[in-house]
Design a protein around this ligand. Structure first.
Ligand code: HEM
Length: 410
């Protein structure tokens, strides 16, 4: 049998620690040699060019968002699927039409940019408090001391959770993304799933309370939709869980990735301090260069093809946003920050099509406020020379586990 390029790329590379730390040379190889890559005999395919990833997001009948499996690292060091069939149900990000539209219309009005702008003072207060503490100390871990705190606090208030323990919610958001991160062994994955039970019960209890007296918040919007039989209680719970994890985790990644880039580039810091109106464009470039979600999954319910590659029914397809956003066919000097790029929002970090991120206005707002405050109040931001930054070991998440920095005030 003829060997295809897909066979030639070693599947163990995907989970190799060096590739996880810096995936971009590997992504470039995928785009060049196997834009739709079959990962050994795993039933998993990875799409890596901008064109093919964008195409798959538009073909919702061929590439379903229903999730039937989680992935883990098998004994060979290759991603494998842990199938749970239809047990997960469908909830917004994992729903297909026509259900998806019902779910989306329940939460969308609560997350439009106009509503988000009202949160500006609260985000600024949280950012300023964190930055002032950092300035007193001079050296902090940006993630633990600032980056991790803000998005989870804001999303939990926006949802309308009562009596939230921010630490527990953050742990839960991180556990959920670890579960989806495809880098755990099967035993670790099962343990991780077990740990999410407690928070799941807590969210269900919050929904039950809100159903008795729905408030003017996301929890209330979901409770009303359940009450009106537009969605089941299980779907409502799934949507709240998604909002919590997506809202609490991904913007955290974005903040850290932006600060890492700034700390490594003093000219860029100076440019943005002098022209803060460029910060929103910088945020888009960070989203493109270091996309917080490297991929999200699709499932095939029937045989199909993508980029001329046959994909059998029952396959899992990874849409590699992180690879598509470095595609040299789309971008000049794709691996560099370019504040003149037009249009700045031309990237796939928030996905595309019907599932385009419903939280994008909030993520953009939080990033703009935090970065503006940080640059305004500091004259210098550098990586700590004695403690190196550390990426989370995940195939899916591009977030710093640790980001020690030094800050100097004005
Ligand atoms: C930098 C931050 C963020 C990034 C990079 C990001 C990324 C994404 C991506 C790539 C998708 C598309 C999913 C797909 O096609 O399968 C998505 C959807 C989604 N995001 Fe975000 N997201 C971010 C922030 C947020 C926030 C703050 C929230 C909550 C308020 C949120 C909630 C959601 C939800 C609920 C969906 C599903 C929408 C749907 O299926 O219609 N995200 N996000």
């Amino acid at each position: 049998m003829r060997r295809t390029t897909s066979d030639v790329i070693p599947p163990t590379l995907l989970l190799h620690p060096q590739v996880i730390d810096d995936p971009y040379p590997f992504y470039a190889r995928l785009r060049r040699e196997a834009p739709v890559w079959a990962v050994a005999d795993s039933g998993i395919f990875a799409a890596s060019t901008f064109e093919l990833v964008a195409e798959a997001t538009g073909r919702v009948e061929d590439f379903s968002s229903n999730l039937h499996c989680l992935m883990y690292r098998d004994d060979r060091g290759i991603p494998a699927r842990w199938d749970y069939g239809d047990g997960g149900g469908q909830a917004l990000v994992t729903a297909d039409p026509p259900l998806h539209k019902l779910h989306r219309s329940a939460v969308f009005p609560e997350l439009v940019a106009k509503r988000m702008n009202a949160l500006e003072p609260e985000i600024l207060d949280l950012a300023t408090a964190g930055i002032m503490r950092a300035l007193e100390l001079g050296a902090v871990d940006f993630m633990a001391d600032i980056g991790n705190q803000i998005p989870i606090t804001i999303i939990s208030r926006l949802i309308g959770f009562q009596g939230s323990d921010v630490r527990k919610l953050l742990d839960s958001a991180f556990e959920t993304t670890a579960m989806l991160g495809s880098a755990l062994s099967l035993d670790e994955l099962i343990e991780c799933i077990g740990r999410t039970t407690e928070i799941g019960e807590w969210i269900q209890a919050q929904l039950a309370v809100s159903m008795r007296e729905p408030g003017q918040d996301l929890l209330g919007a979901v409770a009303r939709a359940v009450h009106d039989n537009l969605m089941s209680e299980f779907e409502g719970y799934g949507i709240l869980h998604t909002l919590l994890s997506a809202g609490g985790e991904s913007t955290t990644s974005l903040l850290g990735n932006a600060v890492r880039i700034l700390a490594e580039d003093h000219d860029l810091q100076a440019q943005l301090r002098a022209r803060p109106e460029l910060i929103p464009t910088f945020v888009e470039e960070v989203l493109r260069l270091e996309s917080p979600f490297r991929y999200l999954m699709r499932s095939t319910h029937h045989d199909t093809t993508l980029g001329g590659v046959h994909i059998p029914a029952g396959s899992t397809v990874l849409l590699l946003w992180g690879a598509a956003n470095h595609d040299e066919q789309q971008y000049e000097h794709p691996d560099k920050i370019d504040l003149q790029r037009t249009p700045p929002r031309h990237h796939l970090a928030f996905g595309r099509g019907i599932h385009f991120c419903v939280g994008a206005p909030l993520a953009r707002l939080e990033a703009r406020i935090v970065l503006t405050a940080l640059l305004e109040r500091t004259s210098s931001l550098t990586l700590d020379p004695d403690r190196s930054p550390h990426w989370v070991h995940s195939l899916m998440i591009r977030r710093h586990e640790r980001l020690p920095i030094h800050v100097v005030g004005k």
